[in-house]
Ligand binder design. Structure first.
Ligand code: NDP
Length: 399
């Protein structure tokens, strides 16, 4: 059906390529391009014999002209951006210049200051509309599936949704004293930032990890979760009509938090450059270089993830609670595609989003978040492609 340019060759990209190759009718041809071509070639090698044709290319996606040149020579129908959030705008610019559809899994981030805001990408709405092409933002798990879950709840279960609690729990153990499950720089920027949630038209600020709850979650049991700001809150607060409160919670083990505290106290999580032996280095980037590569955690990680949304609202004049979630098993993900569940739960929805666009099911000119499309075909595809979801009443809140 189509040609797909995939940019980035890290943990998430590897899953995207594997899942595209499971679906060769839609993904006939892939060009996998990234900064380090060796990583592209390693992924291609794992998929030798696949019906999807794969070629690899070295690309610096910060350079718009290089991305334009590659698009002009490969002529893809869609670009899947699974590089880093810093590359979002240069890749969107290249898509605009060449008239090609765009998809990513994380909002644009200016390198010097963590923001987690959609404003830069939403500013492209008119340009994409005028060019007649689609940009689908945040088609990972969170953001991504969580937005689809919200649209699904709104469509099928509620007349009004009053509150949403997104709960992202990882009960996996990789055996290292400290490692992050996805890009350490992005992960640590997210966790060390102030918390924030939406309530009655205002954004309420909290200190980093100040609010804690304990949920008893299906298949993984009682877990400490902490309130974080997460980018999908911004779009869901706008797109879920009548929403009064929306919060995001994530699990962290005591061990992870202790290490993080020490690293923060000694300045290793700072993104301000320092001079070291006459060379400028960013402490957080140096930390990333010495931490285990998230892509290497796959074979070591055991246990499960549980990510879902808890809704409260009104249906037919009566209060209703609804919970929809996915449980993924790290070892099963590894057995299937050679990656742990964090990369898996991000890569599968990226492939599905691209499939929705290539098949013309999710297609309208402009820049959109996932919750702005019909959730039903995406929900069906989740079950078909390895992320089955379950429904229930809310999980027990222990504390
Ligand atoms: P990795 O760090 O493992 O991979 C990033 C890849 O992008 C690397 O191959 C890297 O190249 C490449 N890259 C970086 N800069 C450039 C550049 N200038 N030009 C070309 N390629 C570049 O990250 P992950 O795979 O863990 O994450 C990928 C994306 O997914 C991130 O944006 C992350 O925020 C997002 N994400 C989204 C989630 C969701 O649920 N929505 C969850 C988890 C992640 P090199 O190999 O040379 O370093």
């Amino acid at each position: 059906m189509g040609k797909t340019l995939i940019i980035g060759a890290g943990g998430v990209s590897s899953v995207v390529v594997h899942k595209c190759c499971q679906n060769p009718e839609v993904f006939e041809e892939i060009c996998l391009a990234s900064r380090t071509i060796g990583k592209c070639d390693a992924i291609k090698k794992q998929l030798a014999g696949s019906r999807t044709k794969i070629q690899t290319v070295q690309l610096d996606a910060d350079n718009i002209q290089s991305v334009i040149q590659l698009i002009n020579s490969f002529r893809p129908d869609i670009v899947i951006n699974v590089a880093l959030p810093y590359q979002d705008l240069s890749i969107m610019d290249a898509c605009l210049a060449t008239g090609v559809n765009y998809l990513d899994t994380a909002n644009y981030e200016p390198p010097d200051i963590p923001k987690f805001e959609y404003k830069w990408q939403w500013a492209y709405r008119e340009k994409f509309r005028n060019a007649g092409i689609t940009a689908l933002l945040g088609s990972g798990f969170d953001p991504g599936v969580t937005g689809v879950f919200c649209a699904y709840a709104q469509k099928h279960y509620f007349d009004e949704i009053h509150s949403i609690d997104i709960v992202d729990a990882n009960a996996g153990d990789h055996g290292y004293p400290f490692a992050t499950n996805f890009n350490p720089e992005i992960n640590i920027r997210e966790v060390t930032a102030n918390g924030r949630y939406y309530e009655n038209g205002d954004w309420i600020k909290t200190g980093p990890l100040e609010l804690k709850r304990i949920y008893n979650l299906p298949e993984i049991g009682p877990r400490n979760v902490y309130l974080l700001y997460h980018e999908e809150l911004e779009s869901l607060a706008i797109h879920i009509k009548g929403i009064q409160k929306i919060r995001f919670w994530m699990t962290f083990s005591d061990n992870y938090l202790n290490h993080l505290k020490v690293l923060q106290n000694v300045g290793m999580t700072s993104i301000k450059p320092i001079l070291y032996e006459n060379q400028e280095i960013v402490p957080l980037q140096f930390l990333k270089a010495i931490l285990p590569d998230p892509a290497s955690l796959g074979p070591r990680t055991k246990g499960k993830t549980n990510i879902g949304c808890i809704f409260q609202g009104i249906k037919d004049g009566r209060p209703r609670t609804y919970y929809v979630y996915n449980v993924s098993d790290h070892e099963k993900c590894y057995a299937e595609v050679g990656s742990q569940a964090i990369s898996y739960t991000t890569g599968v929805p990226a492939m599905i989003g691209a499939m929705m666009m290539l098949e013309g099911i999710w297609k309208k000119p402009g820049v959109f978040n996932v919750e702005e499309f019909d959730p039903d075909p995406f929900m069906a595809a989740l079950t078909r492609y390895g992320l089955p979801w379950k429904e229930d009443f809310a999980p027990t809140l222990i504390d």
